[in-house]
Design a protein around this ligand. Structure first.
Ligand code: DX5
Ligand code: ZN
Length: 224
């Protein structure tokens, strides 16, 4: 199974964004996680398509865009034009999920669907075979640096079973409170893609931290 580490630029130094992106990519990051917040779906504001556009002009890296916004379908064209690789939308933020995931694929991006901690997996059962990424939130979205919700482990396990039953090769991404303390349990439960903001960017050596997180995903890693 391919393991991917996705640093979240929510925790980067935004006055030195290019420098921080270079740092994590040179440190072995597999993709850059871009947290888009609208102040409605979540109680915080961050950045939108213009930042994705600037990043795309700067790097060829996978831009893993996580839209925590109401009616994300309004932004499909903007994120396509900006050069997003993955566009993940929350199932709680829109009706007609199937239509919008299809539109994201038709726009040339990889469609992802995200679930808040309180949202049951059953809500996405009918469309899970159509996504390239399933994002299980392991905190309530809105802020970096929150504590991992322990009950998420069982949900990750059930999400893995759901993807396997659908014959899906979608990435199973976890996001929120991922650190040296939590990553191995998520990996064992079946996650393969790990977003980390605070753990990486607050580390003394972010590149070493990426290596440490990846090492904890190895099957032979000591159990945490
Ligand atoms: C939370 C965001 C996360 C956040 C994770 O709303 O979706 O991507 O940046 O931050 P950490 O890793 O600090 O919990
Ligand atoms: Zn995120």
């Amino acid at each position: 199974m391919t393991i991917r580490i996705a640093p979240s630029i929510l925790s980067a130094d935004l006055a030195h964004l290019a420098r921080d992106v270079d740092l994590v990519l040179q440190g072995g990051a597999d993709q850059i996680h871009v947290d888009v917040m609208d102040g409605h779906f979540v109680p915080n504001l961050t950045f939108g398509a213009p930042v994705v556009k600037s990043l795309r002009q700067y790097t060829a890296a996978i831009l893993d865009c996580h839209l925590m916004v109401e009616r994300p379908e309004s932004y499909i064209g903007a994120f396509r034009d900006a050069g997003a690789t993955i566009m993940t939308i929350h199932c709680e933020a829109t009706s007609h999920l199937e239509r919008h995931l299809t539109a994201i694929r038709e726009a040339g991006m990889q469609p992802g669907v995200a679930l808040n901690p309180a949202t049951p997996l059953a809500l996405i059962e009918e469309i899970v075979a159509e996504v390239d990424l399933l994002l299980i939130m392991t905190v309530n979205p809105g802020f970096g640096g929150q504590s991992f919700i322990p009950g998420s482990i069982d949900k990750i396990r059930r999400a893995r079973a759901m993807l396997d039953a659908a014959g899906s090769h979608a990435a199973l991404e976890v996001d929120g409170g991922i650190s040296r303390d939590t990553i191995a349990a998520c990996r064992r439960a079946g996650a393969d893609t790990f977003v980390a903001g605070n753990a990486i960017f607050s580390a003394k050596d972010p590149q070493a931290e990426i290596g440490a997180l990846r090492a904890l995903c190895r099957p032979d890693a000591e159990t945490a």
